[in-house]
Ligand binder design. Structure first.
Ligand code: SAM
Length: 301
């Protein structure tokens, strides 16, 4: 893993990454504005001894700089007033920019961090189709939907590679692809050793199939956001490069805000599509988040 990091980050940045991965991450919460305002929730949680600091990128998000009560079991949590979620993960729904009347597919939805956020931004209107292949993860998704008061969605337990069976075309799709989670080492140090190169290769095949399936289900002019909590180029730029070079009529578009650094257009000695520079990478040692990757793709048929 470290040898690969050195190849695409260089030695200095790899050392900074490894050092930062040893430092714990502040917990953060996304206020469910369908149920309570950010200021009211802040007052309630601060009365219980928590200290919250606004997140610059998310007007209803807070970093918890001091945890005075257990945030995973408070009354406010159980009532669905907030979701415990990393800032990087919060950006996915914001970038896809859902509108109240959209029909949106979340291809890999469980346990629902991003689905519940999409529903929040849709004002609980429109239609949200939530798919996950793993039956064991569906109950957690349903509990989160219920807890957060989401009523504009339905859940399908299916393989999103077979999206065409639904016979629909939609304007927006989120593909939060299954990945090695290399970006989560700060939260889960076991991931330093749990994934091997063959896991990356296996996942890259699935990621390509899912991406193709999602792009084909887009209406003309529609957008798909591909994201992973991995910084591995094999799970990100290399997946997108292969799929977009195979399918015509799709382009990577610029994300309206600059959160991270540009995606890679050259890696492991290979030149990739130029428009990959519009994708963005979040690094723990620069952005103080988990490691994350976003790429917004538009159907231009
Ligand atoms: C990164 S997690 C999704 C996290 C979720 N988006 C969230 O924000 O809470 C990836 C999910 O993809 C699901 N998955 C893996 N392969 C799939 C497939 N072929 N079709 C649909 N879901 C799949 C896994 O069960 C897992 O729940």
């Amino acid at each position: 893993m470290i040898e690969r990091y050195i190849q695409f980050l260089g030695l200095d940045e790899t050392l900074r990454l490894l050092e930062t991965n040893e430092r714990p991450l502040l917990p953060s919460i996304r206020v469910n504005t369908l149920k309570i305002s950010a200021s009211d929730l802040r007052k309630r949680l601060e009365k219980k001894g928590n200290e919250l600091e606004p997140i610059e990128w998310v007007p209803y998000g807070f970093n918890v700089v001091k945890e005075g009560s257990n945030l995973g079991s408070s009354h406010e949590f159980l009532q669905g007033y907030y979701y415990l979620q990393n800032v990087a993960s919060m950006l996915s729904a914001i970038i896809l920019d859902p509108k109240p009347n959209d029909t949106i597919i979340d291809m890999c939805a469980a346990p629902g961090s991003k689905s519940t956020h999409l529903a929040q931004l849709m004002g609980n209107e429109g239609t949200l189709i939530l798919i996950d292949k793993n039956q064991n993860r569906i109950p957690a998704l349903e509990v989160n939907l219920r807890r957060m008061g989401i009523i504009n969605s339905f859940v399908l337990n299916m393989d999103a590679v077979n999206l065409s069976e639904l016979n629909i075309k939609v304007e927006k799709i989120l593909l939060d692809a299954p990945c090695t989670g290399e970006g989560l080492i700060r939260q889960d140090p076991d991931r330093k050793r749990s994934k091997k190169m063959r896991d990356i290769e296996k996942l890259a095949l699935i990621q390509k199939k899912l991406l193709k399936s999602g792009l084909i289900a887009l209406k003309t002019g529609g957008k798909l956001l591909y994201c992973t909590c991995s910084i591995a180029p094999e799970e990100n730029e290399l997946v997108i490069n292969d799929v977009l070079n195979e399918l015509n009529n799709f382009a990577i578009i610029e994300i309206s805000e600059k959160y991270g650094v540009n995606g890679l257009t050259e890696v492991f000695g290979t030149y990739l599509r130029e428009d990959l520079k519009f994708s963005q990478r979040l690094y723990p040692y620069i952005h103080d988040t988990i490691g994350f990757y976003f790429c917004l793709i538009k159907s231009i048929k």
